[in-house]
Design a protein around this ligand. Structure first.
Ligand SMILES: [Zn+2]
Length: 168
């Protein structure tokens, strides 16, 4: 666990250095922005780029922690070992984000699992946040009757998502 923490704080230090460098480079560009509107767009694009890197680093660090804590004992009572590492990229609200996950495979029965996948919660090629945003966007393009119905469905789902205690 100590090694994990040391690795985590090293990752954080690298990330802080990177963000500071990004701010310095952005500032130079802002000082020659042709208009206030242009500056706003530059900062918006920058915030997404930096957010994407912070998200990727944060996800990777947490994926490592989840994998380190994953039970190594299989249901057949055999032992799971790290069989391979596989990258996965999904589209998030901040743009594409890539993490590398371990695949744990039982040496006895051969059954395998990606222990971090449940924590990540990525069903398809999109994060849950982006799926919801796209659904809201799509609802706005429907005729009014269908729109009202879809908005109602999405609202109920959001309420349940944000207040999990309502679910049970
Ligand atoms: Zn097994």
């Amino acid at each position: 666990m100590m090694a994990q923490d040391a690795a985590g704080s090293q990752q954080l230090e690298r990330l802080v250095g990177l963000v500071v460098a990004e701010i310095q480079s952005l500032w130079g560009e802002l000082m020659i922005a042709p208009s206030g509107e242009a500056m706003e767009e530059m900062v918006l694009a920058w915030s997404r780029k930096v957010g994407q890197r912070v998200l990727a680093a944060g996800l990777q660090a947490q994926v490592e922690a989840v994998q380190a804590q994953a039970p190594r004992q299989c249901e057949c009572s055999g032992r799971r070992h790290i069989h391979l590492r596989r990258p996965r990229t999904v589209l998030t609200m901040l743009g594409p984000v890539r993490v590398v996950r371990q695949y744990h495979r039982c040496q006895e029965c051969g059954v395998g699992t990606f222990p971090a996948d449940e924590w990540l919660g990525w069903q398809h090629g999109f994060s849950r946040g982006l799926e919801e945003a796209v659904a809201w966007q799509a609802a706005a393009m429907l005729p009014p009757g269908a729109q009202a119905l879809l908005w109602l469905v999405l609202s109920c789902r959001s309420v349940v998502t944000f207040h999990p205690h309502l679910n049970g």
